[in-house]
Design a protein around this ligand. Structure first.
Ligand SMILES: [Zn+2]
Length: 428
């Protein structure tokens, strides 16, 4: 069966001309895939890099001949599909994230009171181009990698660990998990909210991961809070170092000092998963993190609010093997915090989240919910009400595998069977 095209595509009769792949005969039906230059990229050049194809139109839209049909009806592929998938998953198609103004401040932006941040956000977002941060996953087929995998299956292209798909346990059709970014020690000082959130999630059969900031996890109160989370069956993960989002920008001793402190936190709480502050990441940073953690969950399917100054993302609803052989559990949905940038009301925002999650479930992917546990984010009555309704609708879908992020990472590892000890040696 012909995979669903991600954009304008169709069968055409070809006329030979410049830019046509070698060996493609005239008058042979072929699929043209026109990729708007804006998908996953700021520029047409990057779009070309993604597909490694031959541009035959444009400056704003390029057409690529991807697949042709032989006279015996066999599909023939005209680009390196495994290499293309790898290039998108590992984000080789952009030049790196652009540090935001907040990251360049000489102090830790996260320590500014929320009401001041709210004013700053108002002025910043009013000047920003939102697309696709708000429309996320965008309607323009963010699951480009999943589509390419279907093409690879259909054309029987040789598969690699990154190009092949996998299935969920017990015949489940999709997976659902929940994560929490503990950006400060607020919830430890207001511990009633720990049980409140855990009660809500446990009611629906969810136990989540709580990615804590090592620097904010050292006081007696914080330790008691983390112990409480452990006793509730939650997973403890690591959320950067001190939430100033500068760790990936550092080098030398200053970088290593943070790595050492993070390692102490990891050892204390037997942490296996990592989420970067502000989702900030670079290939060398992820390689370093792979020395410390089994899995990462810092990469959005499509660029998120915090990284939207550069289009980025992994283009898949499925976990995959990322830099350093870590398992990547992508943020397949916008984070809860995006409600502020979206300009939507809570109810509307969470209604859209459910709609997007249903699309992910239909695709057989992983729904990664995320909550920030501070009062101006998810730790308030109105948000929890909206979240409760949304989770209730999602868990009612039959055939979902509901599991903690670390268990999902274990399953993916077993399916993709790549060796990784995760903590004891440096990976390639
Ligand atoms: Zn955070």
């Amino acid at each position: 069966m012909l995979p669903r095209p991600i954009s304008d595509a169709g069968f055409y009769h070809l006329e030979a001309g410049p830019g046509f792949p070698k060996g493609l005969k005239d008058s042979m039906p072929a699929i043209f895939w026109a990729i708007p230059s804006k998908i996953h990229s700021n520029s047409c050049d990057n779009a070309i890099t993604i597909l490694q194809g031959s541009p035959v139109a444009g400056p704003h839209t390029h057409k690529f001949i991807l697949i042709s049909m032989d006279s015996d009806g066999k599909a023939r592929i005209h680009f390196d599909i495994a290499g293309t998938i790898e290039g998108i998953l590992l984000e080789h198609y952009h030049d790196g994230l652009q540090p935001t103004i907040e990251m360049r401040l000489p102090f830790n932006y996260s320590r500014i009171p929320p009401w001041i941040k709210g004013i700053a956000r108002f002025f910043r977002t009013s000047n920003m181009v939102h697309e696709p941060a708000v429309d996320f996953p965008s309607d323009r087929h963010p699951e480009v990698v999943d589509w390419l995998r279907n093409v690879a299956d259909w054309t029987q292209a040789p598969s690699t660990v990154r190009s092949r798909s996998f299935s969920w346990p017990n015949g489940c059709k999709a997976a659902l998990t929940i994560s929490h970014d503990v950006d400060t020690d607020w919830i430890f000082n207001n511990a009633g909210w720990i049980d409140r959130i855990c009660d809500l999630e446990e009611h629906f059969g969810l136990q989540g991961a709580w990615y804590c900031v090592p620097v904010y996890s050292q006081s007696k109160t914080a330790i008691a809070g983390i112990e409480r989370l452990v006793s509730r069956g939650c997973e403890i993960g690591c959320h950067g170092y001190n939430h100033d989002a500068k760790w990936p920008l550092l080098s030398g001793q200053r970088f290593e000092d943070r790595a050492k402190a993070v390692q102490v936190f990891r050892d204390r709480w037997k942490v296996r998963g990592f989420r970067s502050e502000w989702l900030w990441r670079t290939p060398p940073f992820l390689l370093t993190i792979a020395r410390l953690f089994d899995y990462d969950t810092s990469v959005p399917t499509v660029s998120s609010f915090f990284t939207s100054e550069c289009r980025n993302g992994c283009g898949t609803y499925f976990p995959y093997v990322t830099h350093g052989n870590m398992i990547e559990l992508p943020l397949t949905l916008p984070m809860d915090d995006d409600v502020h940038a979206s300009g939507l009301g809570l109810e509307e925002f969470w209604r859209l989240q459910v709609e997007r999650a249903m699309r992910i479930i239909d695709s057989g992917g992983l729904v990664m919910l995320s909550l920030h546990v501070q009062p101006h984010q998810a730790a308030n009555n109105a948000t929890l009400q909206a979240v409760e309704k949304a989770i209730g609708e999602l868990v009612a879908v039959p055939g979902l595998w509901i599991a903690r992020p670390d268990r999902i990472a274990d399953w993916v590892r077993s399916q993709l069977s790549m060796e990784h000890t995760g903590c004891t040696h440096e990976c390639d």
